[in-house]
Design a protein around this ligand. Sequence first.
Ligand code: NI
Length: 161
Amino acid sequence: MQILTHPNPVLGVRADEIDPVTDTDLRQLVRRMAEAMYEHQGVGLAAPQLGIHKRIIVFDIEDELAAICNPVIVERSEELETDEEGCLSVPGISVPIARNTAVTCEGLNLDGSRVVIVAEDLLARVLQHEIDHLDGVIILDRLTPEERKAAVRAYNEAASE
Ligand code: NI
């Protein structure tokens, strides 16, 4: 399963809101996303990484696959934590990214019911990372120009190995 990688311009496009009740392709899409995520040992994936401009993410933090449509962060901790973060669309490197240590995320499940996820630590980080993808933002976009330059160099070196 092909995951789009930087610098594919598709990764920079904002994805569209979806209606899980009428979008009959969603379950199939979630299956493909989960397959790609597990195949590449990821903990989360967003539809734009497969070139699909829909606001849906999947993740698996504790041996349980979850999918959320139109996820929105409605509350964030003041506290930030910087940790190394990787991305299946920027394979081969990890970069330090500051994220809120806790977030509350609202969205819809595949049946169209509202879901609220109160997340901290790794799950909070994964949600922020995947929702970034829906807004066309990847980890490289969260770096200072100098950090980005170094990260892109390391990325290109990793890709040529
Ligand atoms: Ni990613």
